[in-house]
Structures are given as structure tokens and as C-alpha cells.
Write a new protein. Structure first.
Length: 443
């Protein structure tokens, strides 16, 4: 890692005093959890012009509520408007951008130059950040967008840490980089598998994650000397069934073999916080607007602790094993460092069956704590019952395990199990807890 010196941040508009931790928020509840657990800013999707049509996304009323909530904690809200627009998409963009500005949104994340130009002309008070969908990878491209008046560029995931440092040396601009979450098997945003397989456009919000599917592999085969017409050869590329005359597709694997997948491992840069800061990254972006509340809270909390620890004492900074352990409790896939240190190869893809489900479920949310009785009022999120081991964690260093004892409803009646969604139950806790602490259980 080498000798670390304290970063010098003062004196430039395009060098934040402290790296921003930018979290995903697929809906209003996730926004509140992200902010509670340490995000400096959150990025959301509206109901138009974004690339996550499968997320809940925000109405303008929800945006206004989210902005007001974030402001109370000194956080900002960004909106992804990062589609590549067709002519038919442009008609309502001016009204949409005005509504975002009136809702108090701090910035929009944009890929299409038409939307960039419209926003800068129409609502100059609304910051425009260049989306990673532009696959910006070099300092000259970054300089171009700075000349266009953009204060921040979200680099492509394919940029190395060395390239990030070089960009910052050449261009005085804010740099945002993804540091945790899913990686695209294609150049980010350039994949059209979804378009071909399901008629859902990846660059208009419809990606079906074709790279995560399981595939059979075949080779064309025919008896020696058999003649095959051009039409049959063309058909062989389209069908896994036996073809006539004489042409067959033979499987390249045995029935017991694992189906082929081209999905990449997930990015995780928690162990490299000092290098990310020293390279000059201004905003650390976590991927996952469609991930669970438990995922968002756990990941944000771990990076919050690491960033704060380094900024408080760069020379004495040490990575704590418990931060990595926390990430594993929310990990959906195996983790690696993406393109930051080297170009990923076959070892950075997932070919074996993967354990997609995280090992923990979000079981309950702490609403109140009574220090006199040592009890907590908990809102049920997944059923739990006496005798189960659970774990409490929260943004203010709450972290302990215990066995669930007796449960009572709000009227004091005993319960055999907390089985109803959002049911409010009381239970004894072995250590103090606080509002918005979470209780989780192993699956």
C-alpha cells in the first residue's frame, strides 16, 4: 500500500473536502435507510428517463418527501435520467426537468447529450453529472465534458485506479466512481443481449440481465462426407434441435455439468479506501437500486465507517475485519476489485452455481427502546420467534447477537411467533438499541 500522506483537499471547487458516499435508493423507504446508515447522497430513479424500470422509482411527491428527509441529515438527492433517448422520448423532457428542479433535486445523472443540453439551457440551477453509460475512460474525454459545463463525470467501471489518478492530474473536475456492486459483463450500458432475447432495451431501462442466465453449449456436427446446404447451416445457428439433412448440434457438456453463465463477480473496494482517496475520487458510488433494504444499510454502514476512520487518521488507518464480515452478510455474489488494479479475466466471472441469496434476512426494525425495562419495540419484516438467534446492528456501532426470548404484542399479550408483516412486537434486548437499528436472522 505504501506510505500514506494526509490528502490535501482545500482550494479547489472540484475536489470535495471529504469523499462523498453515494448510495442507491430504489424507493422512498430505501432512501431513508441509506441516509440513516451514513450516505452523503442518494441516487434515485423517476418514473421516466431512467435505466431501472424494474425498480419502484419515485413520483414527484415522493421525491419532494425524500429531499426534505435527506436535507434534515445534510444529504442530497440525485436522479438518474440516463437513458439514450429516441425521438419519441424527447417530447416531455423539458417539463420533467423543471419538475425535478422544483422538487429540490440537487443533480441529474445523464448520458444523452440532448438531455445534457436541454437541462443546462432550461434549468441551470440543476447540476448535470455525466452518467457512467457514456463509458468515459480518459482525461481528454473528461476535459471535453468539463468544457461543456459539467461539474462531475461518473467514470466507466472499466477505468483503472492509475487512469483515475491521471484524469485528476489533467482535469480539475469532480470524479465519481462505482466502488461496490454488480458489474456488467459488457462495457457498461453497451450490451444488447436483452434487446435480442426479450425485446427489452438495456439502454432504455429494460435490461433483463441476460448475462446472469444459464446457457447450454453445442457444436455443429455431421457425418463425414455429408453435404449440408447453406440454408441448413444458417438454421443450425438458431436451433438446438437435430437438423436435417445430416447436421446436428451436439452438447459440449454432460447432463450433470453446470449450465454456462457469463455473469461477472461483484465489485468490492472496501479494502482499498486509502488508494481510492489518494487517487482523487470525489464520490464513492454503490450500485444497487433494486437491492434490498438490508443490503443497502449494511453496505453503506461498512463504507461509512471505513471512510470516516481514514479521514480521521490517514497515517494510523487500519482496515477492521468486522467491516468485511459485515459486507459478506449482504453479499449476493463473490467479490473482486473489478478493473481498478488489473483487467478481469475468466477467474472474475461466475461459472459455478452461485449462492445469490444473502445469508441473512432483515427480520425487524427497532422503533423504540426502553432503557428501564430493557425492551425494544420492533416492527416485523420477516417472521421470527423465541429461541432463534438474531443479530442487531445500526449506524451508531450497535452490533451484537442474542437469542430471542419472550415476545409480546403492544397490549402485552404473549406471542408464539411474530408472523404478520409490519407487526409491532416487544422483546427483551441484551444491549441498548436505537431507532432505525435493524435486527437480522440467518436464513
Amino acid at each position: 500500500m505504501g506510505t500514506m500522506t494526509k490528502p490535501q483537499y482545500k482550494g479547489k471547487r472540484y475536489r470535495l473536502d471529504k469523499p462523498e458516499l453515494l448510495a442507491p435508493a430504489g424507493n422512498l423507504e430505501k432512501l431513508k435507510f441509506a441516509v440513516h446508515y451514513g450516505a452523503d447522497a442518494v441516487y434515485i430513479g423517476g418514473q421516466k428517463y431512467g435505466l431501472r424500470s424494474g425498480a419502484d422509482n419515485f413520483s414527484f411527491e415522493e421525491m419532494r418527501e425524500g429531499v426534505e428527509f435527506a436535507k434534515r441529515y445534510g444529504a442530497k438527492v440525485f436522479v438518474a435520467t440516463n437513458i439514450y433517448a429516441h425521438n419519441e422520448d424527447i417530447a416531455g423532457i423539458e417539463e420533467y426537468l423543471r419538475s425535478l428542479y422544483e422538487a429540490g433535486i440537487a443533480a441529474i445523472i445523464v448520458a444523452d447529450p440532448a438531455i445534457v443540453d436541454t437541462a443546462r439551457r432550461l434549468v441551470p440551477g440543476l447540476e448535470v453529472h455525466l452518467s457512467t453509460q457514456q463509458s468515459t475512460l480518459n482525461w481528454q474525454a473528461v476535459a471535453f465534458w468539463k468544457e461543456e459545463g459539467l461539474p462531475r463525470v461518473v467514470l466507466g467501471r472499466e477505468t483503472s485506479l492509475e487512469e483515475v489518478a491521471e484524469i485528476k492530474q489533467h482535469v480539475d473536475i469532480e470524479i465519481e466512481s462505482f466502488i461496490h456492486g454488480a458489474m456488467c459483463s459488457s462495457y457498461s450500458g453497451r450490451c444488447v443481449l436483452s434487446n435480442h432475447f426479450t425485446d427489452r432495451d438495456s439502454n432504455r431501462g429494460g435490461c433483463c440481465q441476460s448475462c446472469r442466465w444459464k446457457y447450454d453449449l453445442f457444436e455443429d456436427a455431421r457425418p463425414e462426407g455429408a453435404w449440408v446446404s447453406e440454408e441448413d447451416q444458417a438454421q443450425a445457428q438458431l436451433s438446438p434441435l437435430p437438423l436435417q439433412p445430416g447436421l446436428t448440434q451436439l452438447p459440449l457438456h454432460e447432463p450433470q455439468d453446470n449450465p454456462f453463465s457469463m455473469g461477472s463477480k461483484d465489485l468490492c473496494m472496501l479494502e482499498s479506501i486509502p488508494e481510492l482517496i489518494e487517487a482523487g475520487i470525489d464520490s464513492f458510488k454503490i450500485e444497487g437500486r433494486m437491492k434490498s433494504i438490508h443490503y443497502v444499510a449494511t453496505v453503506v454502514n461498512a463504507y461509512r465507517k471505513a471512510i470516516d476512520a481514514y479521514m480521521a487518521d490517514p497515517e494510523g488507518y487500519e482496515l477492521k475485519p468486522e467491516w468485511l464480515e459485515e459486507l459478506q452478510k449482504a453479499a449476493n455474489r463473490p467479490l473482486n476489485t473489478g478493473f481498478f488494479y488489473d483487467t478481469p479475466d475468466h477467474e472474475d466471472h461466475i461459472y459455478e452455481p452461485e449462492e445469490k441469496a444473502a445469508p441473512y434476512d432483515f427480520a425487524g426494525l427497532v422503533l423504540e427502546y426502553d432503557a428501564v425495562s430493557g425492551t425494544a419495540l420492533i416492527q416485523q419484516r420477516n417472521n421470527f420467534k423465541p429461541g432463534q438467534e438474531v443479530e442487531f446492528f445500526g449506524p451508531d456501532n450497535t452490533l451484537f447477537k442474542q437469542t430471542v426470548g419472550e415476545l409480546w404484542d403492544e397490549e402485552g399479550r404473549p406471542l408464539e411467533v411474530a408472523r404478520h408483516p409490519l407487526q409491532r412486537v416487544r422483546m427483551k434486548v441484551e444491549h441498548p438499541v436505537a431507532y432505525f437499528d435493524m435486527m437480522r436472522k440467518k436464513k
